[in-house]
Design a protein around this ligand. Sequence first.
Ligand code: IMP
Length: 466
Amino acid sequence: MPKGYSDVLIGLQYGDEGKAKVIDLLAKDYDIVARFNGGANAGHSIETDQGSISLNQVPSSIFQTHTLLYIGSGCVVNLEKLQKEVEKISAMKIEMKDRLFISDQAPVIQPHHILMDELMGGEIGTTKNGIGPAYSDKALRMEGKRLLTIKLGDLLDDPKTFFAQMKNNFIETLNKHDLPARDCELTLQHMQTALDFITPFVQRDTLWLQKKVAKGAKVLFEGAQSVMLDVTKGCVPFVTSSSTVAGAAYVGGDLSPNYHRKTIGVAKAIMSRVGFGPFASEFGGLESENYCMEEGGNSHNRDYEERTYDTTAYLQSENPFEVGIALRMLGREYGTVTRRPRRVGMLDLVQLTHAIRGNGVDLLFLTKCDLLQDFNKTKDGTIPLVTGYKLNDEKIDYVPGSNVSYRKVEPVVEKRDCFTLDTTITEWEKLPPPLLTLLTEIEKKAKCKFLGIGTGPQRDGFVLKG
Ligand code: IMP
């Protein structure tokens, strides 16, 4: 019989739900926090007394210093970025030695992956981290005699051969796309330095996590991106290239599924999405999608919006697109690094219920509930919610599997009373009655219990249900 156990925490919408803060909160009850998918495309921010820290590849429990941190074989590793991240964490006097472990089966992001993403990721609106090309090379394996994917362990065993292979892959990619010759020597040198730095963290025992849990360790798997961005279940092609759903933890996380205990889902009270793709509850629909994604999202970035719009006037607008702009500004819904605008939308209970059912979510955490108060300042002062979907005039209770159909969905919108939140409240029962009514409605509809809600950006800005 298993001695330890594992829980899986995933995002239930389109990413950026605030998973890192929930992990930071829950990690005290676990021994190991482990990533099972994605790479440097994830941006997990945590507010601290020393300011905000953004993590990309390292699991989000860095401040819970008793936890070990594991990057599983389902992730793709950017060596240089990982080195910088570890150095940034160490500069905060947080020790990573003997704490961070990386699977030697994780593929390395190569220079040609970044190049290909820069060339081809624009139509999707990728983060340009080479994620798609790295996962596709992993599936493709070889082209003729040329090895496309290189695992961290292979690189450690024979750096000379595999760095030469990377160079070759870069040259072949340039040739294939008729691009002028270009050197990647300097990048490879930086990668070699980063590899030397990362080497002590690489775990060569492929059963490392399995053995730890067999001896009693409690693991929390931390999903990156979110279920709507899953490469199979999401709105393909407007998705990331890894499996983001709960079950994927037991592939990319290097643990057998018999240790699974429960699944925790994180959703955001006002939704957001980055990149192109269907988003049924988006304020302003297609107009907002095109506006936010113009020039890859760079035209209307945070700085542009802050010097251009007045949130008070825009909240009062009859035009949902303008209300969306105001909500984005008030909710600071911009890429942490890129400052690109995130598309924002109403809480969609059909999508949320779909994600909860499809992933067997046991406990729900709804972040940023304090921001629902912004609806007090809109024209009718109520909270709009998507409570139903109609597709070709028929009611449906699921997210369509085809993008074309999802674009055709007509959301049914209902209004709920707004509230004023005293953010010093720490007890669930003391939350304002309209908010409690809303949370109960969500529990009933999604058939899932609340673990807690987010009530502010600070580290302790939450109320647990108890
Ligand atoms: P990629 O993962 O960089 O290939 O990007 C594919 C899609 O996933 C794009 O729409 C990205 O904006 C989105 N995406 C990737 N990572 C995140 C994330 O951490 N949060 C939100 N969206 C993401």
